[in-house]
Write a new protein. Structure first.
Ligand code: KIV
Ligand code: ZN
Length: 535
């Protein structure tokens, strides 16, 4: 799809797995990235930016796996203008049905002088050479002049012209530091159209950060100025204050289509579920009043509003909650449901299980259904991202005992199965029952893990609601030479302490896996002269 196929169609370029994954504390493993990518395909995004392959073997592996498995969207990989970056990007996406290489270099003098420590002339040369090199591999090449909104527009135009001359098919104009304003951004793009006559032959794209809370407004201004690709992330996650939120820009175009005349191919009913999955796997909570996907986005508190909505929904609602998939709370399963019913319900959530994996999932489902009589679609969805998934090569919390009292410090003992199958035990007297469990897990596994974030939520309402916990921890980094490695994990159970313990061992497994991968990466790049900086 190019801009010329339908002049009013906006391409949705999702960067949740690349710019979004650069948010502090997010540490997705390959399996989790793949799950998100599969859901993004169901959501109907046009492009998935799957990662930045040169940065680590883990990133490379995840992009490659997504390219090989996920059908539908274009799969893009990010690369600086260096030959090694472009080669890594190509090797990671080459098996995709529709691969894209996205290469970038800064055009602002601040970046050229202080970060790149080079000259404008060199930047033009690097942009030209990078696009030419990428073009040897693939037809679909995107070029971004980083920090464009703080750069001289004439110089940015010169660099973009060079990129187009070498065959770039998309030109993306990033507001890297979230500095621009809607009227300024649209003027900037209009000026680029004047300076680059060839811009009309390629797709113009917008990429806005939210440092001043203007990412969606700026992206929208860019679309009104003629851009036909918007780069965004689910729940607006991304560097610092994040990227333009996918759900907000999509629903803006959807709700105001009659006035704006632009549309996307997004399956809007998948939005809420995609948001929940990303929140769960990244550990990034969605604020209750967040537009479109917040828990209160469609709730009416004032009596006058409730009265109006009961009489006629449109009195106080500009969108129908079902349009974004908020209603999915129907009863699906109970403790008498059989294996087949579970298998079917999971398939509806996009998880095909059979054989031993289905048996394991069924055993865990039964244990939960015994305590919680009725499981809704949302409960099942939460369980799918935790207990119903077979996690190989990981730690498992087998059992725990906690003695909690207001008169003496709580004491916990845990049994953890290690990745090699052995059961190890550990005990700790902590500040609270959760702290005692976490430190008992450290004692059992010998891990030097430190808790960074801990969150507890209820999946649905009601006294027997499932508790959902999210843990971010770090391991290592004690010595001067070693960097700490971050791991995130989630746990779901009717028992909050159990959910917390599960989340902790999963986060620990992810951090340990990452540490293994990073150790390999360090060895492989030891000879490299330049450190890799993510944009
Ligand atoms: O914000 C930015 O400039 C980026 C580029 C790599 C597109 O993320
Ligand atoms: Zn960015």
């Amino acid at each position: 799809m190019t801009s010329s196929d339908d002049a009013h169609r906006v391409l949705i370029f999702d960067t949740t797995l690349r710019d979004g994954e650069q948010s502090p504390g997010i540490a997705l493993n390959t399996q989790e990235k793949l799950e998100i990518a599969q859901q993004l395909a169901r959501l109907g995004v046009d492009v998935i930016e799957a990662g930045f392959p040169i940065t680590s073997p883990g990133d490379f592996e995840a992009v490659q796996e997504i390219a090989r498995t996920v059908e539908g969207p274009v799969i893009a990989a990010l690369a600086r203008t260096h030959v090694a970056d472009i080669d890594a990007a190509w090797n990671a996406v080459r098996d995709a049905a529709r691969p894209r290489i996205h290469t970038f270099i800064s055009t602002s003098d601040i970046h050229i002088r202080h970060q790149l420590q080079t000259t404008r002339e060199d930047v033009v040369g690097q942009a030209r050479a990078a696009v030419a090199h990428a073009k040897r591999y693939v037809e679909d090449v995107e070029f971004s002049p980083m920090d464009a909104t703080r750069a001289d527009v004439q110089f940015t135009a010169e660099v973009c012209r060079a990129a187009i001359a070498e065959g770039a098919t998309t030109i993306n104009i990033p507001d890297t530091v979230g500095y621009t304003m809607p009227h300024e951004y649209s003027s900037y793009l209009e000026r680029l159209y004047e300076l680059i006559p060839e811009l009309g032959d390629v797709v113009l794209s917008v990429h806005c950060h939210d440092d001043l809370g203007l990412a969606v407004a700026n992206s929208f201004a860019g679309l009104l100025a003629g851009a036909r690709q918007v780069e965004c992330a689910v729940n607006g996650i991304g560097e610092r204050a994040g990227n333009a939120s996918l759900e907000e820009i999509v629903m803006l175009l959807h709700t105001r289509e009659a006035d704006v005349g632009l549309h996307t191919a997004i399956v809007t009913r998948e939005i809420a579920r995609t948001s929940r999955l990303v929140s769960r796997l990244t550990g990034y909570a969605v604020q209750p009043n967040k537009a479109i996907v917040g828990r209160n986005a469609f709730a009416h508190e004032s009596g006058i509003h409730q009265d109006g909505v009961l009489k006629e929904r449109t009195t106080y609602e500009i969108m129908d909650a079902t349009t974004v998939g908020h209603e999915a709370n129907s009863i699906v399963l109970g403790k008498h449901s059989g294996r087949h019913a579970l298998q079917q319900a999971l398939a509806e959530l996009g998880l095909e299980l059979s054989g031993q994996a289905l048996n394991t999932a069924f055993k865990r489902f039964k244990a939960i259904a015994d305590k919680k009589k009725v499981l809704t679609a949302m409960d099942l969805e939460a369980l799918v991202t935790d207990e119903l998934r077979e996690d190989v090569a990981a730690y498992h919390l087998e059992w725990f005992d906690v003695e909690a009292s207001s008169r003496r410090p709580p004491h916990a003992t845990v049994g953890v199965r290690t990745p090699s199958g052995e059961e190890v035990t550990g005990s700790f007297t902590g500040d609270g029952p959760v702290d005692a469990i976490f430190r008992a897990i450290n004692a059992a596994t010998g891990a030097d893990a430190r808790l960074r974030e801990f969150r507890v939520d209820a999946v649905t309402g009601g006294q027997d609601a499932l508790g959902e916990t999210s843990v971010v921890l770090e391991v290592g980094g004690a010595g001067p030479a070693s960097e700490p490695v971050v791991g995130a994990g989630q746990g779901v159970s009717t028992d909050i302490l159990e959910a917390a313990g599960r989340a902790y061992v999963r986060a620990l497994s992810n951090a340990m896996r990452r540490r293994g991968v990073m150790a390999e990466a360090e060895a492989a790049t030891a000879a490299a002269k330049e450190p890799i900086r993510t944009p």
